[in-house]
Design a protein around this ligand. Structure first.
Ligand code: C2O
Ligand code: CU
Length: 544
């Protein structure tokens, strides 16, 4: 493969949306940041220079970074932050990814504006498993806060309450013309009638899944999370934070009209606590015909808390499961983990906090609310530095209860704070079941694992039944993903083989849930073979 070199200058620049100007963190002054293009098997080298006044790190979401956790990016997991004035070079090795993955800041709330797509085309000389599109577009879904995203985060952490929601959702950095003061700069996608386009949709939003649709057009999903899927036609998609979806769009509608593509929240917060306006871009046909109307047609999107619409879409995805794209799902399991995913309340150090009943909000996996260590876990693990993390992340919850019942005893709401990881043998065939809970409040939690893709073999509503549910697993053509939304009051089962040694973060991709501690780390030990060991660290790692 080829090597592509890029320079990322991280800098704070003033940007205006919704008639509000504020300073935002950017890469090279761009919001969203630059998209990177490569082929499978290529290497991308990114030199990051931090010209901003605060720390930053960059993560390559969906890139497995085989045996090279040193360059994965999450702060205090695999590296210390890049300080103001410092530089750090990442090497990104595209081994098995093919489709759309992405990059984003992996520290506090910087990823709100520090993100971009990584477009991975097939190996040179090979083709897409679908007719070659006429043209491709990256569609970055994001959010805009009128105030600084990190200011809002700090406020929420100091009061213990909810994080104020953003003021708009965005498509390619633009709220679109249904928002006040936003018509200038609405993203326009020119199309020619009869041609087919590939849309690479990334949900870079911090706080919400999104329903997304193009007026009058059906899309065909052909990929997700850097893996192909069996072509799936749909009038809409649901995309959780962290997910990517590759869509074919055939421009087959009357060219004398304009068509909105629109994204709107999928959320269990009450209406009014998230932007309810749709973010829009405009599909416009290149044509000599005069327009019937200059008002674009709006698509119909599912209602904001339509669980069925969300799960029907998410769990309809299937792997191609053919000779070119085989499925390699473990048929038997060496080790399983059952992880209860919860929002919690913690006692308030002050007189009263802004969380429910005067508490402060936290979140947990198996009742442990993750706390960032003082130095990164990877360094501590390889240098044998003690006292940084524990190896007691439990493979089941401390107690079983009716996870999805709404009235829970208060004693369940209190998590334990800690930095606990789970150590796995190299090559272990793993099953992880994420069990949604309705503690404090239920939600669809997009669980994401670094260093891997996993097969989504099962899901359901209610409590996971270890006897009965595995009988219904799909081991034929499960989709291969790195992020999966655990349905509200439901569960998801994933399987993978632990063959990428290293230190890998696993967390909810709703940013405030991650910051509240809905995280853990899987450490995969080295194997016996020479190709089964973590590579030596680069000569320079940023110091803490
Ligand atoms: Cu895209 Cu750890 O995240
Ligand atoms: Cu979550």
């Amino acid at each position: 493969g080829k090597t592509h070199s890029h320079v990322f200058n991280v800098e704070e620049v003033p940007r205006t949306r919704l008639c509000r100007t504020k300073s935002i963190m950017t890469v090279n002054g761009q919001f969203p940041g630059p998209n990177l293009h490569a082929h499978r098997g290529d290497t991308i080298v990114v030199k990051v220079h931090n010209h901003a006044s605060k720390n930053v790190t960059i993560h390559w979401h969906g890139v497995k970074q085989p045996r090279n956790p040193w360059l994965d990016g999450p702060e205090f997991i695999t590296q210390c932050p890049i300080k103001p004035g410092a530089s750090f070079t990442y090497t990104i090795i595209l081994s098995t990814e093919e489709g759309t993955v992405w990059w984003h800041a992996h520290n506090d709330f910087d990823r709100a504006t520090v993100h971009g797509a990584i477009v991975v085309r097939p190996r040179r000389g090979t083709r897409y498993p679908f007719p070659h599109p006429f043209q491709e577009f990256v569609i970055m879904l994001g959010e805009w806060w009128n105030r600084g995203a990190n200011v809002i985060l700090e406020e929420a952490l100091s009061t213990g309450g909810e994080v104020n929601s953003s003021d708009a959702f965005t498509i390619n950095g633009r709220p679109g013309d249904l928002y006040p003061c936003s018509s200038a700069g609405t993203f326009r996608m020119p199309v020619e009638h009869g041609k087919t386009y590939l849309l690479r949709v990334v949900n870079a939003a911090m706080s919400n899944g999104l329903f997304f649709s193009v007026a009058s057009h059906t899309v065909v999903v052909v990929g997700s999370d850097g893996n192909y899927v069996k072509p799936l036609s749909s009038d809409y998609i649901m995309i959780t934070p962290g997910e990517t979806m590759d869509l074919l769009l055939e421009a087959n509608q009357p060219p004398d009209a304009l068509y909105y593509m629109a994204g709107r929240a999928f959320s269990y917060l009450s209406l009014g606590s998230f932007p309810t306006t749709a973010t829009t871009a405009i599909v416009e046909y290149v044509s000599d015909l005069p327009l019937e109307s200059t008002k674009p047609l709006l698509p119909t999107l599912p209602y904001y808390n339509d669980t069925a619409a969300a799960t029907n879409f998410s769990f309809a995805l299937r792997s191609p499961a053919n000779a070119a794209h085989p499925v390699d799902v473990p048929k038997t399991v060496d080790q399983d983990m059952f992880i209860a995913v919860a929002i919690n309340e913690l006692e308030c150090p002050q007189a009263s906090c802004a969380g429910p009943n005067g508490t402060r909000l936290r979140a947990s996996l198996n009742n442990i609310s993750f706390v960032d260590p003082p130095i990164d876990i990877l360094e501590a693990y390889y240098a044998g530095i003690g006292g940084v993390f524990g190896e007691n992340f439990p493979s089941m919850p401390p107690y079983y209860y009716n996870f999805t019942a709404t009235d829970q005893p208060l004693s369940l709401l209190l998590p334990t704070l800690g930095t606990e990881v789970r150590v796995l043998e190299y090559g272990a065939r793993m099953e992880v079941v994420f069990q949604g809970t309705s503690l404090v409040m239920g939600d669809n939690h997009p669980m994401h694992l670094h260093g891997y893709s996993f097969y989504v073999v099962g899901w359901g509503y209610g409590n996971f039944d270890k006897k009965r549910d595995p009988l219904r697993y799909n081991l034929q053509d499960p989709p291969f993903k790195n992020t999966i939304g655990v349905p509200i009051n439901g569960w998801v089962a994933v399987r993978f083989t632990a063959n990428n040694p290293g230190v890998w973060f696993m967390h909810c991709h709703i940013e405030r849930h991650m910051i509240w501690g809905m995280n853990t780390v899987l450490i995969v030990k080295d194997g016996e073979g020479p190709k089964e060991k973590v590579l030596p660290p680069p000569r320079y790692m940023p110091p803490c």
